[in-house]
Design a protein around this ligand. Structure first.
Ligand code: F6R
Length: 607
């Protein structure tokens, strides 16, 4: 949800800001802007639409001189995506410019107050109150003005500020929205995400909530809420810069789908030793494991569906009851949780507002918390008692793919690890770890054995709706398959537990209605087969996802997608891959903006 960048140094800021914004465009892309400062003051340039428009307007930044600046790419929350509502916002006296990621919840009260004090507003945004508060509180010290301004704000914010009163300086403030400082030589940066920094520096500092930073070309000073200076050491970003580039693929999404064998391998391989799953990061949990009476998995969107898919293995191997709850529901449900509950929080970004709130709520109620997160140093990773990283690398496409499959992979591994430490394994652990080690190869096979997907996409892309059906893990995968389809292709796609069809949804089945049937669980295959026959006899066209040797399904369905042979315990991570590809090619047929679907942002840092 919005991306912000800042730069100060001895080169023109605008091209660097624009480059950073391009890397952050996945976070929001309805409008963009930069503010750059030189001896003549602050110049602001804004556009509606993509960063490309801003590059054109500013001649790739050459038309905006100055060595210090801030930039923003927007995902609109308050006010339409227009040039007026685009950031940066300027104070009435033109001395301050602000960019903001997050939401100011009390903005309307502040706006009333500022209007009464004679400030005028140029936009409908919540952000604009910040820049007027800064002007109001400025009394010779920007640091002071920032502290007083931050004290008035409720909500979430990562702020970038420049002022003509202090040329050469940029300020960054963090409260419940990601913000990272980049430590350069003779230049310094901030950004919402490391992807915007790694072209310039790999040395980064993660700001904590309540902290703010003052950056000049030669120094970085960090302060706590009270304005006391704190000392923080930079950490080094290890991943490959290439990982955040398209690498010859037409879209990040396709690249990330293809990267899944490698991402799953990177997540599994370091944690399997001598036929056992080893989580060094979880040693502290082992003494309490036998006391755990219930596991709650909580997350949003696809991460929630990863929980739905992983739950079966977790429950089956650990024999501990597992509930999966949407974070946005759990946080307000007064959950029955105590220190015998283990809450597993799943988040690719580690910055999803509802997930963070649910995590905090569960901690307050005494639960032990374990996070499965992709982004190192993110809020969820820091808040949870224990954190397991999915080593998926940077995920740029808005629709998650490798983030999702590595989340399920960690749940599989956790199932084996917990079961072993609870003495509940009924098969040798080595048999299960061998199956886990096979998963990357199986994912590659699932990619290779479906060359017909582009052709199937041509057949199915212009239907009004697509239904996905399945049972158990097939149903969990159907949920994610339908989400992938709707979010990138804009087709109406819904998933149903196959056994539920007769309780209402079958009324929607008519001649040529496509139904995508997932049949990857031999123990309940016959049941799903009956549902296929039921919809077919009402005119549906069935695209079945199953094993190559599944004769009954092969002879009943109209079209087929395949997965390689894999035990149903761990099949969800394989099954989703052909469905991701189907969604991708349907979206391509429909001419959609696949990496940046309309109305969506990668990291949902507001409620
Ligand atoms: C869908 C998608 C979203 C995210 C959800 C949670 O493709 O990416 O549904 O899964 O917004 O995001 P994280 O995992 O970052 O908490």
């Amino acid at each position: 949800m919005c991306g912000i960048v800042g730069f100060t140094g001895r080169q023109n800021a605008a091209p660097i800001l624009l480059d950073g914004l391009k890397k952050l465009e996945y976070r929001g892309y309805d409008s963009a802007g930069i503010a750059v400062m030189d001896d003549n003051g602050i110049t602001v340039q804004k556009v509606k639409g993509r960063i490309a428009n801003l590059c054109e307007k500013t001649k790739d930044g050459e038309a905006v001189p100055g060595f210090t600046g801030i930039g923003h790419t927007r995902w609109a929350t308050h006010g339409a995506p227009t040039e007026e509502n685009a950031h940066p916002h300027l104070s009435n006296d033109g001395r301050f410019a602000v960019v903001h990621n997050g939401i100011i919840e009390n903005y309307s009260t502040l706006r009333e107050e500022l209007l009464a004090d004679g400030y005028h507003f140029e936009s409908e945004t919540d952000t604009e109150v910040i820049v007027h508060l800064l002007e109001m509180y400025y009394n010779g010290s920007i640091r002071e003005a920032l502290i007083r301004t931050a004290n008035r704000l409720s909500g979430s914010y990562a702020l970038g500020v420049i002022s003509s009163e202090e040329p050469g300086k940029i300020y960054a403030v963090r409260e419940a929205s990601p913000l990272i400082l980049g430590v350069g030589i003779g230049e310094n940066y901030f950004a919402s995400d490391v992807t915007a920094l790694v072209n310039h520096t790999r040395n980064v500092i993660y700001l904590e909530d309540g902290e703010f930073a003052e950056l000049s070309e030669s120094s970085i000073k960090i302060f706590d809420v009270l304005g006391q200076e704190v000392s923080k050491k930079p950490t080094r970003v290890l991943w490959d810069v290439q990982a955040a580039e398209k690498g010859g693929f037409e879209h990040f999404m396709l690249k990330e789908i293809m990267e899944q064998p490698g991402a799953v391998k990177a997540t599994i391989a370091p944690r399997i030793r001598d036929g056992k799953v080893v989580f060094e990061e979880l040693q502290g949990i082992l003494p309490y494991l036998a006391d755990i009476r219930k596991i709650i998995i909580t997350a949003c969107g696809s991460a929630y569906y990863a929980g739905c898919a992983g739950r079966y293995a977790l429950e089956r191997l650990t024999r501990i009851p597992v509930e999966v709850e949407l974070a946005s529901e759990l946080r307000y449900s007064e959950p029955l949780i105590d220190d015998t509950t283990l809450v597993i929080v799943i988040s690719q970004s580690g910055e999803t507002a509802d997930t963070i709130a649910a995590l905090k709520e569960c901690k307050t109620r005494g639960a032990r918390t374990l996070a499965i997160v992709n982004v190192v140093g993110s809020t969820v990773a820091k808040l949870a008692d224990y954190t397991i990283y999915t080593w998926a690398g940077p995920e740029i496409a808005v629709a998650t793919t490798k983030g999702y499959t590595t989340q399920i992979t960690v749940l599989y591994m956790l199932s084996v690890y917990f079961s072993d430490h609870l003495w509940r394994l009924t098969v040798p652990e080595e048999t299960l770890t061998d199956m886990l080690m096979e998963l990357p190869r199986r994912i590659q096979q699932a990619i290779d054995m479906n060359p017909t997907i582009p052709a199937l996409a041509k057949k199915y892309h212009d239907h009004k709706a697509l239904f996905f059906i399945g049972r158990n893990t097939d149903y969990a995968t159907a949920l994610e398959g339908a989400l992938k389809m709707k979010e990138i292709s804009y087709l109406h796609a819904e998933a149903y537990a196959a056994g539920e069809l007769k309780h209402g949804t079958i009324a929607l089945i008519e001649e040529h209605q496509p139904v995508i049937a997932l049949c990857c669980n031999p123990s309940i295959m016959e049941k799903t087969l009956s549902n296929i026959v039921e919809v077919k006899s009402r005119g549906a066209e069935v695209l079945a996802l199953t094993f190559r040797n599944n004769q009954k399904i092969l002879s009943t369905a109209d079209d087929l997608l395949f997965i390689p042979d894999v035990d149903a315990l761990f099949s969800a991570v394989i099954e989703i891959v052909p469905l991701q590809l189907l969604a991708y090619y349907v979206a391509k047929e429909n001419g959609c903006d696949i990496d940046k679907p309309k109305n969506l942002a990668k990291s949902v840092t507001v409620e």
